[in-house]
Design a protein around this ligand. Structure first.
Ligand SMILES: [Fe+2]
Ligand SMILES: [Fe+2]
Length: 146
C-alpha cells in the first residue's frame, strides 16, 4: 500500500469548515445576539477541536530532518495558537456578559494567515517527513475527534 493519504488534505477540509463558521459568525454578529451566540458556540467547538488535534495528535509526532528549520516552526505555531485561544476566551466572556463580539473581521484575517502558513509550510513538510505507520496512527487519532 502506498503512502498516499496526506494529513494536509484532511486538515484543509477542516480549515474550510472553520472558515465557513467564522463567516457565519461575522454575519450573525451584525444581526442579533441569539444567532451570534449560536454561531459562536459552533465556531468555538470546531476551532478548539482543531487546535487540540494539531497540538496533541499531529505536532507532537513531528521530528524534522532539518532540525534548525523544523524546530523554528513549532514555537511560531504555538504562539499563533495561543493568540487564537486567547481570543476565543475573550469572546466567550463577551457572550456570557451578553456583549456583541467585536473585530470578527480582523480575527478572520489572522485565522486565514495562520491556515495558509500551515497549508504551505507546515503540513507539506510534515507529510514528507512522517513514516507510513506514524501517519496512519495520526490519521486514526484525527478520525476519533473530527
Ligand atoms: Fe493551527
Ligand atoms: Fe490548522
Amino acid at each position: 500500500m502506498r503512502n498516499d493519504k496526506s494529513i494536509l488534505k484532511i486538515m484543509i477540509k477542516d480549515h474550510c469548515k472553520i472558515e465557513e463558521l467564522i463567516n457565519d459568525l461575522e454575519k450573525s454578529s451584525k444581526s442579533n445576539f441569539e444567532s451570534m451566540t449560536n454561531a459562536f458556540s459552533k465556531f468555538e467547538w470546531e476551532l478548539e477541536k482543531h487546535i487540540f488535534i494539531e497540538e496533541k495528535a499531529i505536532f507532537t509526532s513531528y521530528s524534522p530532518e532539518d532540525v534548525i528549520e523544523g524546530y523554528k516552526m513549532l514555537p511560531e505555531l504555538t504562539k499563533q495558537h495561543n493568540y487564537i485561544i486567547n481570543t476565543l476566551n475573550n469572546w466567550r466572556e463577551d457572550v456570557r456578559k451578553r456583549r456583541i463580539i467585536k473585530d470578527v473581521y480582523s480575527f478572520k484575517e489572522f485565522i486565514i494567515k495562520h491556515k495558509n502558513f500551515e497549508e504551505e509550510k507546515v503540513y507539506p513538510k510534515l507529510d514528507k517527513s512522517l513514516t507510513y505507520n506514524v501517519k496512519q496512527q495520526i490519521i486514526a487519532k484525527i478520525k476519533e475527534i473530527a
